[in-house]
Design a protein around this ligand. Structure first.
Ligand SMILES: Cc1ncc(COP(=O)(O)O)c(C=O)c1O
Length: 386
């Protein structure tokens, strides 16, 4: 079905931060499959894990014990501070699990029609529950009736959120991205997540953090909420967890961890041995290298190089970054830059019409950073001249 407006290029091979198209041309991937291939393409540890596991056992279903799933859950809980994990196959499914936890939690305390508050400009996925939580009317249009039980408020607007929670006893959870990815690489004020945590504590609400784009080292911590030194009640993961192998996870803590019981939720493929072997290889690689700390340094380096080279361009409004999640906001729509960058062998993305989004792999090196920043600044100067 024509659900994607694809670029005119087809890739057949990848290694590290590079991709090769069917004509043998090489491109620098500054998008990492939309924050998925954080370790770069065809990572040897992931390849080896998949190859060994596919020789041993690929799938048995969740009717039986799955030792690799248990090991992965233990490691995720250790790294996140959470208590338990439900495995699925994508980000949107991880958020569906979170929404179900919120609703059952609400019913458990006698709320008849539980409401989840999420943010304007948020993106949580394309299935109907996650789409209903999403705060972007453009992606929802045509799919009404959406699910009831969601209220949206502006991102980083603590005053409105507080007033809403204080006036509506049906609210049971707040769902938030630590940095809004699809919405334009929007960074909240430094204390935003701490303030939401405190609000949830005061009103016995679940704090649910969507780390699908920000997680697995992307922002310079394993999870972005760790910059704020808090623990949410629910955290959703997918994308980079399998470095390209489909796997999603909904982690929960404390009172949220006891909500779902046998028969409440399920997935045929979720957490199968093959997907878990890839995710375990990813976690091993991240914990045995300094890639996460390097994401902070490299993100700063990219930011500084761009800030320097674009300083005199009046169309550049601001450059935002948290680790290797980088947004360059222009004062005008700029999606044409994607095809122009492709012609210069560089893969980038534009989101929210006027924000160039960079999500390079954590393994990007200095030479590749120079190519990325030089090529991109020159494109911006050429196509958005003062
Ligand atoms: C923050 C966030 N949540 C959820 C999703 C949906 O994930 P998936 O496409 O794996 O369903 C995305 C995808 O872009 C995302 O960025």
């Amino acid at each position: 079905m024509p659900t994607y407006a694809r670029q005119a290029v087809t890739f057949e091979r990848g290694e590290g931060a590079w991709l090769w198209d069917t004509d043998g041309n090489r491109y620098l991937d500054a998008l990492a499959g939309i924050a998925v291939c954080n370790l770069g393409h065809s990572h040897p540890a992931v390849h080896q894990a998949l190859s060994e596991q596919s020789r041993t056992l690929i799938h048995t279903s969740n009717l039986y014990g799955v030792p690799l799933q248990e090991r992965l859950a233990d490691q995720l809980c250790h790294l996140s501070g959470m208590d338990n994990v439900f495995f699925c196959n994508s980000g949107t499914e991880a958020n569906e699990a979170a929404i179900k936890i919120a609703r059952k939690f609400g019913h458990g305390k006698g709320v008849e029609c539980p409401i989840v508050v999420s943010m304007n400009k948020s993106f949580h996925g394309r299935t109907l529950g996650a789409l209903s939580a999403t705060g972007n009317p453009k992606v929802k249009q045509g799919f009404e009736p959406l699910l009831a039980g969601f209220i949206h408020v502006d991102y980083d607007d603590m005053a409105t959120l507080t007033t809403l929670v204080e006036s509506n006893a049906s609210i049971v959870a707040i769902l938030v991205e630590p940095v809004q990815g699809e919405g334009g690489v929007n960074m909240p004020s430094p204390h935003y997540l701490n303030d939401i945590r405190a609000l949830c504590d005061r009103h016995d609400l679940l704090m649910m953090v969507d780390e699908i784009q920000t997680g697995i080292g992307r922002t310079g911590q394993f999870l972005a909420y760790q910059h704020n030194d808090i623990l949410p009640d629910v955290c959703t993961l997918a994308k980079a967890l399998g470095n390209g192998v489909p796997i999603g996870a909904c982690l929960s803590h404390g009172k949220a961890a006891a909500v779902l019981t046998a028969g409440n939720h399920g997935s045929t493929f979720g957490g199968n041995p093959l997907a878990c072997s890839a995710a375990l290889a990813v976690l091993h690689e991240l914990s045995s290298t300094d890639l996460i700390a390097e994401a902070r340094r490299k993100g700063q380096q990219i930011h500084d190089r761009l800030a320097h080279s674009l300083a005199d361009n009046r169309h550049v409004v601001t450059i935002r970054h948290k680790g290797l999640m980088i947004g360059i906001e222009l004062d005008t729509p700029c999606s044409t830059l994607v095809a122009q960058a492709l012609e210069k062998n560089l893969l980038i993305n534009v989101t929210a019409d006027n924000v160039i989004r960079l999500l390079p792999p954590l393994i990007i090196d200095d030479e590749q950073i120079a190519f990325l920043t030089d090529t991109l600044s020159s494109l911006i100067h050429t196509h958005f001249a003062n």
